[in-house]
Ligand binder design. Structure first.
Ligand code: WTA
Length: 663
């Protein structure tokens, strides 16, 4: 490292607060600090600012109906169409030739969709869905990787008022079936396969396997031909249709966007929770779209002239809000990349930033840690001077990774927004407004204007600055989930019961609990510490330990299993599985391989255990509860916590010795 760099690193390492660059502030969408007070004084009316960013077919009567908490309704009586707002209005407003989607395939193929192109394909596919029998309110499942047909299908669904239910393409056949069953979904859009690190992957085979387990049967499946000649030669079955054939049939068709009530469902998204059964998070049209659009404008600072790139997968909420809905509602250019960050080379991301002159880049700490490990020579070999703002999401970012990102990607003049939010919140909740607030690496920042968050103890009393507690949100917000699909009771028990008076109909008695631990500093900046439920965060992906455990105990030869998250340099957390074998089965490579396979089959490769540790017993309290905390200590090679309440204290040392030997 050159002398200058060493000095720079040393200076950055010392600094714990960063001001946004003047040039950034001068052009920022939001740069007036009064916005915090304005939102507070005019709450909930302040949220009209978000709703006004959209075109409504019918004006809403009321901003918030909080008469039946926690079933809040936003912009009641209003009518709008999300697809119209993301596509048609830009075509009508003179922006039809502006690029909506820049798609970059893994091999460097590209596709460019102007808003006019998007309008045409979305209409044709909406017509095709109608012809296949999709009616308003039918849930359409989309099981697709990062191909342009995914956002096109989402928008086509929104156009005809059919909620979409996107299932991450890396999930297994079983996970697909679980989600289709839970959502009563009779329609599916998928693809033949896709590329990963140069090789074609067979996706249709996995899809078909999943479809076999959909209890209620499926009316129609649409298959995108992504692989062409590299395909696996599947024949389409009777109710399976080729995407291109359908579009050819509908060539030139137009479908009027249906007027949806603000509270009509826009989509479902399944996410992991404490129990084995994934939760169907329900988002509605008016509140969600207003919130995704407003936060894209205020936090990501997106303007329609911008080329914006979020490197998440659309199979997660980040891709929904900040690849598709927010950026398209604002009329900007959104970049979609099919592949992995290190294929064919480790400068792939920076090559794309350079090629498209990306203005705004939004990624995850796990990616930043990988970039950091690979070294700064990769970004240095590319021209990144187009960048104006950087963002991160998905897990806590440690100050060292933050500073690396700020220095090596942002050249010290791009603000970094560390955005805390969840599938359930629909959009960002806690982060700095980049044109207003200073940044503190390691801390997400204060709650956004209009968001009322607090750190409390187990009694719900606010804790002192600096002390760890539980994050809570005291007031509703437009982007919030409305319920868990078909399960109002679980909606209350998962998110509200902990800190609310659930008998009350006074909204002040209702508090949302995101199940994260956090602390706050004297300036009101919140540092999110991580999940406090049995959910672990592997490379920014939320996985339920119960889901993984139930996959493992489903493997022949396994008697009992406990799964915890252990620290991991790049992934943040990694899956550690402690397994007791059934009598008559041998611990060893064969069983280990079958366990890994069992997890991949039930969930997908993202949940693959980093380590499988065989043990004759699990550490249990006298009442028979597994002490996960100790298993976490073991996974982290940390000093073991108190074992005195255990029925079998000696087992912990034994397990620790095994993990030590495997590491
Ligand atoms: C974690 C992703 C710290 C948190 C949008 C949350 C974060 C869970 C941050 C939601 C952040 C997300 N700092 N932790 N900036 N962003 N998390 O539903 O534990 O996939 O509850 O939504 O990720 O994950 P989800």
């Amino acid at each position: 490292m050159a002398q200058g760099d060493a000095e720079l690193e040393a200076r950055l390492a010392e600094q714990d607060e960063f001001e946004p660059a003047e040039e950034f502030v001068a052009q920022a969408n939001v740069s007036d600090a009064d916005i915090y007070d304005e939102f507070e004084e005019n709450w909930p009316g302040c949220w009209e600012r978000a709703a006004e960013m959209l075109d409504w077919d019918a004006e809403y009567d009321e901003v918030l109906d909080d008469s039946n908490p926690p079933f809040y309704e936003w912009f009641t009586g209003g009518e709008l169409n999300a697809c119209y707002n993301c596509v048609d209005r830009h075509v009508e407003n003179g922006d039809k030739n502006r690029v909506a989607i820049k798609w970059e395939g893994e091999h460097g193929e590209t596709r460019t969709y102007t808003y006019q192109d998007l309008y045409r394909e979305v209409n044709e596919f909406a017509a095709a869905l109608r012809d296949l029998g999709v009616e308003e309110d039918d849930v359409v499942t989309l099981y697709m990787p990062m191909v342009p047909e995914l956002p096109i299908a989402m928008l086509a669904c929104a156009r005809i008022g059919a909620p979409h239910n996107v299932v991450f393409a890396g999930f297994s056949a079983e996970a697909l079936a679980t989600r289709m069953n839970a959502a009563d979904s009779r329609f599916l859009v998928t693809c033949d396969g896709y590329y990963r690190r140069g090789d074609p992957l067979d996706h249709l085979d996995k899809t078909n396997e999943g479809l076999d387990s959909v209890d209620h049967g499926v009316d129609a499946t649409v298959v995108v031909d992504r692989l062409g000649d590299d395909g696996f030669g599947h024949d389409l079955k009777g109710n399976q249709h080729d995407w291109d054939d359908l579009l050819d049939e509908q060539s030139g068709e137009r479908v009027a966007p249906v007027e949806r009530d603000a509270e009509d469902m826009l989509f479902l998204m399944y996410t992991s929770g404490t129990t084995g059964q994934p939760k169907g998070v329900k988002h509605t049209t008016g509140g969600y779209l207003s919130y995704a659009t407003w936060t894209s404008h205020a936090v990501l600072d997106i303007e329609k002239e911008d080329t914006y790139w979020c490197s998440a997968d659309i199979g997660w909420i980040t891709g929904h809000s900040y690849i598709v809905y927010g950026p398209l509602a604002l009329g900007s250019t959104t970049v979609m990349y099919e592949g992995t960050p290190d294929f064919p080379n480790r400068d792939r991301m920076w090559e794309i930033v350079e090629k498209y002159a990306v203005d705004i880049f939004y990624t995850a700490p796990t990616a930043i840690r990988a970039f950091m490990k690979w070294g700064s020579k990769y970004p240095e070999s590319r021209d990144l001077s187009s960048l104006r703002l950087l963002g991160t999401v998905g897990e806590p970012i440690n100050p060292r990774a933050w500073k690396w990102y700020y220095e090596h990607i942002g050249n010290e003049n791009c603000p970094v927004v560390d955005t805390w939010w969840q599938t359930e919140t629909g959009g960002m909740m806690i982060t700095t407004l980049p044109g207003v607030k200073n940044m503190k690496p390691g801390s997400a920042g204060p709650p956004l204007p209009g968001i009322d968050a607090q750190i409390v103890d187990t009694n719900g009393d606010e804790v002192e600055p600096g002390r760890a507690g539980y994050l809570t949100v005291n007031k509703p917000w437009p982007g919030m989930l409305r319920t868990l699909y078909n399960n109002d009771e679980r909606y209350i028990s998962e998110y509200w019961a902990e800190y609310s008076d659930t008998d009350s109909d006074d909204p002040d008695d209702w508090v949302y609990f995101p199940e994260d631990g956090a602390k706050v500093d004297d300036d009101g900046y919140i540092t999110v510490l991580g999940r406090v439920d049995d959910v672990i965060n592997v490379s920014g992906h939320r996985l339920g330990t119960m889901e993984i455990e139930s996959a493992i105990v489903g493997v022949e030869g396994v008697a009992e299993a406990a799964v915890v998250g252990g620290n991991h340099e790049v992934k943040g957390e990694a899956v550690y599985a402690y397994v007791i074998t059934e009598d008559g089965y041998e611990e060893g490579e064969d069983l280990r391989a079958r366990i890994v396979e069992g997890v991949e089959d039930a969930i997908g490769p993202i949940a693959r255990p980093e380590q499988v540790v065989f043990t004759p017993e699990l550490p249990k309290t006298r009442s028979g509860k597994i002490m996960r905390r100790l298993l976490e200590d073991v996974a982290n090679g940390a000093e073991l916590g108190n074992t005195s309440t255990l029925r079998n204290p000696e087992i912990v040392e034994e397990i620790a010795a095994k993990v030590g030997a495997q590491n």
